[in-house]
Design a protein around this ligand. Structure first.
Ligand code: GLN
Length: 473
């Protein structure tokens, strides 16, 4: 058994004994759920799926649909209009509270019923049926399989859903809902009656964790910016009046539903889902909360844990970098004598702020006081954030201004990205044309970069070129 499944099994066994909580009964059909049903599932960013217990048991998605429908409406409306129509403040109230902004009637957030009903109404569609179809398509794309409805639960909620209709009528009278309240709540009940399993929910959560691309099917379901905003709303409002404590104890964006479903998202890491119907007084699955609290503690998943830097960014700093070129004895002697004039600094991995700051610090520490050649070996750099590329370019420009020649060795795509700040001219050639960039020259290998510096030194060139006409970047 693989270690992830083993850990899930162990967690499942430990928590199955937990009693307490009540199965929701205000939707009569939900009261028939088996309180012993308990499943856990995880989907990784590689699209691998793990599960324990009853992770293939179907149940209605209920409020766990809210973040996904929010993502759909957000895609339709854009962030400004979406926020104008539905707020993003935790209500501190129960899921079915009348949490409307005084004056405007704008619902507090899209994770409580009022805000969710208003959000459903914002999904663009010609009519009610088309809207339900779009919502089902969207939930299915998140899950990576065709989902269907539980008609009995739908009918049961539609027959008893007056409180939700009341919320919709209230919003309509306050001006925050323009659609027919009866029809909109029917669409909302349909959305809540979509059948899923814990395994489905884990894939849906993993799609948000993966920036909106389903890691199992590879389909881009929503834009990254939409996924980010959705996770933000889940983090602050996903657990109703338990949201603050949840963020404190578990520290992950999450969403619960009255049927006992609960999802949590480790951004860039995984999606996890639990199904267990008994609920605590805040309406969150008792075993779901216990399982995720234990998992978060054990694996240090809390978002506020500072990211751990697992690999060193700077791989080497040193004088006397030498190429593999054949040199005459005189040339070799000159290069040996000048070993302090050509230095090489190597880096690896992803360059974000912390890594770039480290790299520039290492470069500062390595460049000699008198002008020389700096070879920056970024061959093992796998990516660089746009902000970090600009930061690196500015740091190198500063070193160039102090009279050093900078020679970068990097992979082609990296050079194109790092060069984005200049004239759009990508300098990723390996033929040694040194004049493409105001602040540095670029080569496709460390050896070529070092050889170019040696050639310059041997030819008696001063390290610094003529002052740049435009005065640097
Ligand atoms: N359909 C349910 C309702 O509106 C969803 C609520 C929930 O899951 N918390 O009452």
């Amino acid at each position: 058994m693989d270690p992830v499944t083993k850990a899930l099994d162990e967690l499942h066994r430990r928590i199955s004994g937990l009693r307490g909580g009540e199965v929701a009964s205000y939707i009569p059909k939900l009261a028939q759920a088996d309180p012993e049903d308990f499943g856990i599932a995880i989907t990784s960013m590689g699209g691998r799926r793990y599960q324990a217990g009853k992770a293939d048991t179907e149940f209605t998605i209920q409020s766990v649909s809210k973040p996904f429908v929010y993502a759909l409406a957000l895609t339709d409306l854009g962030p400004d209009e979406m926020l104008r129509r539905v707020g993003a403040e935790p209500s501190g109230e129960a899921f079915n509270a009348i949490s409307l902004e005084p004056g405007t009637g704008r619902p507090a957030n899209p994770m409580v019923n009022a805000g969710a009903i208003a959000t459903t109404a914002l999904v663009s569609a010609a009519d009610t049926e088309a809207r339900s179809a779009r919502i089902l398509d969207c939930l299915s794309a998140f899950a990576g399989r065709r989902l269907g409805y539980d008609e009995e639960v739908y009918a049961s909620e539609a027959a008893t859903g007056d409180r939700n209709r009341a919320l919709a009528y209230l919003m309509r009278s306050a001006g925050s809902l323009s659609d027919d309240p009866y029809a909109v709540t029917a669409t909302y009940f349909r959305q809540c009656s979509v059948l899923v399993t814990a395994a489905d929910l884990a894939v849906m959560a993993a799609t948000l964790a993966n920036g909106g691309r389903n890691p199992v099917t590879g389909e881009r379901v929503v834009e990254r910016s939409v996924a980010v905003r959705t996770l933000a709303v889940m983090a602050t409002c996903g657990m109703y009046d338990g949201a603050g404590e949840w963020l404190l104890n578990v520290g992950l964006p999450a969403k619960s539903g009255v049927s006992g479903g609960l999802i949590a998202v480790g951004p860039g890491r995984f999606g996890v889902a639990v199904y267990s119907p008994p609920l605590d007084p805040a309406g969150n699955s008792v075993r779901g909360v216990a399982a995720l609290t234990a998992m978060s503690e054990r694996l240090a998943l809390h978002l506020m844990h500072a990211p751990v830097h697992l690999t060193a960014t700077v791989t080497d700093t040193g004088h006397g970098a030498r190429s593999s070129r054949a040199r005459s004895p005189e040339q070799t002697a000159l290069l040996n004598r000048s070993s302090r004039r050509i230095i090489a600094v190597g880096a690896q991995g992803e360059l974000e702020f912390t890594e770039t700051e480290q790299l520039l610090g290492a470069v500062e520490g390595a460049v000699p006081a008198s002008p020389g050649w700096l070879v920056l070996d970024l061959m093992a750099v796998t990516g660089i954030r746009p902000g970090s590329a600009a930061m690196l370019a500015a740091g190198l420009a500063d070193i160039a201004r102090r009279g050093h020649r900078i020679v970068v060795a990097a992979q082609e795509p990296f050079l194109a990205a790092a060069d984005g700040h200049s004239d759009g001219h990508s300098d990723g050639h390996s033929d040694g044309d040194p004049d493409g960039h105001p602040d540095w020259h670029a080569f496709g290998s460390r050896d070529d970069a070092v050889a170019w510096c040696e050639d310059q030194l041997l030819a008696g060139e001063p390290p610094a070129g003529p002052p740049a006409a435009e005065g640097g970047s």
